[in-house]
Design a protein around this ligand. Structure first.
Ligand SMILES: [Zn+2]
Length: 90
């Protein structure tokens, strides 16, 4: 009697483990790499720092004339306080 219960329990455990393995393989999405670190940005996006020119302009934050730089993106930034003037003083 005990042997039959043991064999039945072993069969049940084995079949459940197999079913769990099959269900996990069925549910887990194939690895697409989306959760990994993103690829490095293109070089063109890494270089907005290049200043096209420098000029003296009125800083709205400091309320005085300071040196500003104009970037390729059109943004203007004060070199003293790093405040950005959207659209900029041109
Ligand atoms: Zn400033």
């Amino acid at each position: 009697m005990t042997d039959r219960i043991t064999i039945g329990a072993a069969f049940l455990m084995t079949s459940l483990a197999g079913a769990a393995a099959i269900a996990r393989a069925w549910v887990t999405p194939p690895s697409s790499g989306r959760h990994r670190a993103t690829a490095p940005a293109p070089v063109s996006l890494l270089r907005p720092i290049e200043a096209l020119d420098q000029f003296e302009a009125r800083c709205l934050v400091e309320r005085r004339d300071t040196l500003h730089v104009r970037f390729r993106t059109g943004d203007v930034q004060c070199l003293d306080c790093r405040s950005s003037l959207a659209g900029g003083a041109r």
